[in-house]
Write a protein that binds this ligand. Structure first.
Ligand SMILES: Nc1ncnc2c1ncn2[C@@H]1O[C@@H]2COP(=O)(O)O[C@H]2[C@H]1O
Length: 268
């Protein structure tokens, strides 16, 4: 292997909140969610090419159906790499895990390209908000203690900090203080990444980059007090991770996807 090859960054794709449904016609506020996911995937391949790893960060299905998870797996066959799927509030964990296992995507820990990826399940059956069970927090600590010198990305579905979108204040991660007390003990954590908020979010906290990403279907209006959807195109997040712990990231959108969003909706 040449020195140039060893310096190649790990290319990681985050796809989030696709809200797929059992029916191929399934739509959220007028947007066909399979079509929008496939438009995002086409944009990834045209703009960035093949990733080395895909993180699918929850609300993979709107209806928790096996058909929806199979549709996700089939869409991901456009990529040559592994993916890892986590649950959001709309998912049904048993079905998700069963189908994810068929696609080799039922993973909660990976070490690749000199980075560690820890995937946490913050879903609470029947609830919109998130919470990390003791078992998830224990797993997080165990992995961080076992890999003290490995730059780390931690991902979950729910937002673990306040965002400037008031109607979402009560539907983030409830036990976030416990989460941050743990993260604060481990300086190798470089990134905390989530979905759920259907919008771009980028901040820093104690040197940790806090990142969230548009949905592959509909978008919520940043800064809105009430439920509100924005007509921004579906999107994804791309990372280039160096083994040193340095990284770049950007959010991109499916530029040629045409859709008619029901902007008068007051919720779903
Ligand atoms: N008008 C609304 N007010 C509050 N919450 C809502 C409203 N409409 C939908 N929701 C919930 O808020 C969630 C935010 O993102 P989800 O896609 O998880 O699913 C959404 C619904 O469960």
């Amino acid at each position: 292997m040449t020195s140039k090859e060893t310096a190649r960054p790990l290319r990681v794709l985050q796809l989030t909140d696709p809200h797929l449904m059992a029916s191929a016609d399934g739509a959220l506020l007028g947007v066909n969610t399979r079509d929008s996911l496939n438009a995002v995937i086409a944009e990834v391949l045209a703009s960035h090419g093949q990733p080395d790893l895909i993180l699918a960060t929850g609300d993979l299905a709107q209806d928790g159906s096996e058909e929806a998870y199979c549709a996700l797996g089939e869409s991901f066959t456009a990529f040559n790499c592994a993916s890892a799927w986590i649950a959001g509030n709309h998912d049904k964990v048993p079905s998700l895990k069963e189908v994810a296992a068929r696609y080799g995507a039922n993973r909660r820990h990976l070490v690749q390209g000199g980075w560690q990826f820890i995937l946490l399940d913050s879903s609470v059956p029947g609830k919109v908000h998130g919470e990390l069970a003791e078992s998830e927090l224990g797993f997080l600590v165990q992995m961080l203690e076992q890999n003290p010198d490995v730059p780390t990305l931690v991902t979950l579905h729910h937002h673990p900090v306040d965002i400037d979108t008031d109607w979402m204040a009560d539907i983030g991660l409830r036990n976030r203080e416990e989460f941050w007390q743990l993260i604060d003990r481990f300086p190798q954590v470089k990134i905390v990444l989530w979905g759920h908020i259907h919008q771009t979010f980028e901040q820093q906290r104690n040197g940790v980059h806090l990142l969230a990403t548009p949905s592959t279907c509909i978008q919520f209006t940043s800064g809105s007090r009430k439920f509100s959807v924005d007509d921004l195109a579906p999107g994804y997040r791309w990372f280039e991770l160096q083994a040193s712990g340095d990284f770049t990231t950007e959010v991109c959108r499916a530029r040629s996807f045409e859709f008619e969003l029901d902007q008068n909706s007051t919720g779903y």
